[in-house]
Design a protein around this ligand. Structure first.
Ligand SMILES: [Fe+2]
Ligand SMILES: [Fe+2]
Length: 218
């Protein structure tokens, strides 16, 4: 079961601290995060963090990295829409036409930058999981999958089909992730939105691996 001592950070001191895996200072992170996020979004982030820790425990992932990535994944989610593109460009983030048309997608790479710069996270796996949490990608790591899925199923979420994803996430991470990606793609299609190509790549990659596994076992 998750406790705040599962989140460990060392040397928090302005922008001069680094992730090291011991000496928890969870409260400092929450205090800093509360200057960036509304109470509702902060609750969501805590929910993602807790869910990610539980999933890491279930699937043999790193609970500390999962908890921290979950907590920080939406650090830039409340940056005003008009500021996302200039902020991304200032950080040197490569911006595609899809992201120019739907700048909200940029909150993920910008959150990864904030995790690095503002919260001192130096761990590449954590930063990548935050970076990919909205779109997914082909060849996702265990941590990438956990954060993507925890964002979808954390306790405050509520949408049709969610219970099925939650139930599958109890035993089969890839199957739950595939279903979550399908749901996301269906939703975007219904809304007439743009589907990011890496989301398609994420789904294709999982399907190919799943089918290869079936072929190997038959
Ligand atoms: Fe997000
Ligand atoms: Fe989120």
């Amino acid at each position: 079961m998750y406790t705040i001592t599962d989140i460990v950070i060392c040397g928090i001191n302005g922008s001069n601290f680094k992730y090291c895996g011991e000496n928890m200072d969870y409260e400092d992170i929450l205090t800093e995060l509360s200057t960036l996020l509304s109470p509702k979004r902060l609750q969501h982030s805590i929910g993602v963090s807790k869910t990610a820790v539980e999933m890491a425990e279930r699937f043999g992932g790193d609970k500390v990295k999962a908890g921290l990535a979950g907590l920080l994944h939406d650090a830039a989610r409340e940056v005003p829409i008009a500021d996302l593109l200039p902020r991304a460009q200032a950080f040197g983030i490569v911006v595609s036409d899809i992201e120019k048309a739907q700048p909200i997608l940029l909150h993920a790479p910008i959150s990864a930058k904030l995790a690095e710069i503002k919260f001192g996270v130096r761990d590449a796996e954590i930063l990548q999981a935050i970076f990919l949490h909205t779109t997914g990608s082909a060849h996702m790591s265990l941590l990438d999958k956990i954060i993507y899925l925890a964002d979808v199923i954390e306790p405050s979420r509520n949408f049709e089909g969610l219970e099925e994803i939650r139930e599958i996430a109890q035993r089969d991470l890839d199957k739950a992730l595939l279903l979550a990606l399908d749901q996301s793609i269906f939703y975007i299609l219904e809304e007439g939105g743009l589907i990011h190509p890496v989301t398609i790549e994420a789904r294709n990659d999982l399907l190919i691996k799943q089918r290869t596994l079936v072929l190997q076992t038959t």
